[in-house]
Structure formats: structure tokens, C-alpha cells
Design a protein. Structure first.
Length: 117
């Protein structure tokens, strides 16, 4: 299993970014995918989840990002996305893609998102 994030960067408050996570090594459509983030000196927190095809692709969002972030997936491309709008300085963190596959937890390498003027 391999998860590779991309799309991070520096953005001004109020701006937008779209993160991508390319997955390989497992039947992507069958598994839920998650985005976490970790700010300096803080724990890694769950941001959003999207279920696999059998569960209809249902989504969950942390209260802190609800209404601003959207998680989606393209099963044909084995990729999960996180569209982040109305970004705030407190969204600054390393964002990680996560999957639980056959009872093992996998993480990507992370992508840095910095929201600053």
C-alpha cells in the first residue's frame, strides 16, 4: 500500500487549495479514506472521511472545517481529494492521507499547508 499526497503550499487567508492523495496497492474503491492534519506541537487530528463504494461514499467532517472543506474520491483514478476553501491561519498544518486496509493503518508522507498573509 502506498499513499502519496500533493497540492499543499502557501495561501493567504480566505484562499483555497485542493489536496490530492494517490493510492496504490489495494482495491481503492472498497476502502474508506481519511484526511488528518497535524499542527506544530499538536496531536494529529481527523479532518474528514469518505466511505468506500459499498457504504455509498458517505462523508464526515470535523466541526472546525465543516462548510469549508469537501472530501471526494475518484475511484477510476485511485485518488482522494480535499478541497479547502475559506482557509484560515489555524488551518496551517501538515495534512496526511490515511487508510485502514486489511487491519493495517497506512499513512502518506504528508503535505504542508500554510495559511498566512
Amino acid at each position: 500500500v502506498q499513499l502519496v499526497e500533493s497540492g499543499g503550499g502557501l495561501v493567504q487567508p480566505g484562499g483555497s487549495l485542493r489536496l490530492s492523495c494517490a493510492a496504490s496497492g489495494f482495491t481503492f474503491s472498497s476502502y474508506a479514506m481519511k484526511w488528518y492534519r497535524q499542527a506544530p506541537g499538536s496531536e494529529r487530528d481527523l479532518v474528514a472521511t469518505i466511505s468506500g463504494s459499498s457504504a455509498g461514499g458517505s462523508t464526515y467532517y470535523a466541526d472546525s472545517v465543516k462548510g469549508r472543506f469537501t472530501i471526494s474520491r475518484d475511484n477510476a483514478k485511485n485518488t482522494v481529494y480535499l478541497q479547502m476553501n475559506s482557509l484560515k491561519p489555524e488551518d496551517t498544518a501538515v495534512y496526511y492521507c490515511n487508510a485502514l486496509v486489511r487491519y493495517a493503518v497506512y499513512w502518506g508522507q504528508g503535505t504542508q499547508v500554510t495559511v498566512s498573509s
